[in-house]
Write a protein that binds this ligand. Structure first.
Ligand code: PHE
Length: 338
């Protein structure tokens, strides 16, 4: 009959179609059940003929159901036939740039406008580049200012350590070139500190170096003032406080008026209205000489800023640990065009 052809031709494309087939033919309200109900009413002679036809029909439907069901269960054929090329593809989420990368790039762009180039150096450094060339005397307590992760000791180079600041890249740059130098040097640095909201065992800095004839402290101030106006908007105030670094003389730390409260006082600036963002100073003549540069002819300035600090102030991030935990709920807030 008509159903025999339908059953033979049945080629399900999904498990749902197979189930629909079962309900239609083999279900408790299905076609076969109906036929058997009708069968009860026919005469005994007809029963003999029809009985065999009905049973064959039922067997055909059951066998077909078994075969297609197994196809889907074992996954072969079913998988192919299930493939609907007109369905939209599975969406995949685009990541976003890390806030520290965004801010580093912004810093680089600002200094590029002033003619600074970009340089990098190794994260594993020897004593000379991280300390000695930078005028840290042997056994001097200034070395303790930076809790160093030492790696090993080398007969030629002495202590090998993770760099504690990007100032080591200044040394490499001056050793390997001739003045004038005008570059910024971004990178990761390491210090052996307990991890908390305010400190981490690694963070990021951008070093700046400008060496030429007649470079003055006024040039340093104007350069950093320009940077702050570009980064945080015109009208952001700066102030310089005298400080100490072995490799600069004179040395200073620079504060900006708090970007959160505008200077009226908040937890970020601890009520003072000012936040420190970097250390700087005139390159110590000893450092120039250590790097083979004539300190009678050349002067220079240097600065080093923490990218985390700059970022915290820009985005009001209060816990440093967020930067390295890779929680997508945090990271995906920083969408950028490129
Ligand atoms: N290297 C210093 C630090 O990590 C910062 C600095 C760089 C200070 C350059 C002066 C000049 O604290």
């Amino acid at each position: 009959n008509q159903y025999t052809a339908e059953i033979s031709a049945f080629e399900p494309r999904s498990a749902a179609e197979t189930e629909a087939f079962r309900i239609k033919f083999l279900g408790t309200k299905g076609i076969i059940k109906d036929l058997f109900d009708e069968f009860k009413a026919v005469s005994p002679e007809e029963k003999r003929v029809l009985g065999k036809v009905l049973n064959d029909f039922k067997k055909l439907a059951e066998e077909k159901y078994q075969i297609v069901k197994e196809q889907f269960e074992s996954g072969d054929a079913g998988a192919d036939q299930n493939l609907d090329l007109s369905l939209p593809g599975e969406g995949f989420e685009l990541g976003s740039r890390h806030p520290l990368s965004l801010v580093r790039r912004e810093i680089v762009e600002i200094f590029k406008k002033l003619g600074f180039t970009v340089a990098e150096g190794p994260e594993i450094e020897d004593d000379w580049h991280n300390f000695s060339a930078l005028n840290f005397p042997e056994e001097h307590p200034a070395r303790d200012m930076q809790d160093t992760f030492f790696i090993n000791k080398d007969a030629v180079n002495g202590d090998i350590a993770l760099r504690t600041h990007t100032s080591s890249v200044q040394v490499r740059m001056m050793e390997n070139g001739k003045p004038p130098f005008r570059a910024i040097m971004p990178g990761r640095v390491y210090r052996n500190e307990a991890i908390s909201a305010r400190a981490h065992c690694f963070f990021h800095q951008v070093e700046g170096l400008y060496v030429d004839e007649n470079v003055s402290f006024a040039d340093l101030k104007q350069t950093l003032f320009y940077f702050v106006q570009e980064m945080y908007g015109e009208g952001t105030k700066v102030r310089f406080r005298p400080s100490y670094f072995p490799f600069t003389e004179p040395s200073a730390e620079m504060d900006i008026s708090c970007t959160i409260c505008g200077g009226t006082g908040c937890p970020m600036c601890k009520g003072s209205g000012w936040v420190e963002i970097l250390g700087c100073g005139m390159v110590d003549p000893n450092v120039l000489e250590n790097c083979g540069i004539d300190s009678q002819k050349y002067t220079g300035f240097a600065f080093g800023m923490g990218i985390e600090r700059i970022t915290n102030l820009k985005y009001e991030i209060k816990d440093l640990r967020l930067f390295s935990e890779n929680d997508v709920r945090f990271l995906k807030q920083f969408q950028s065009e490129v």
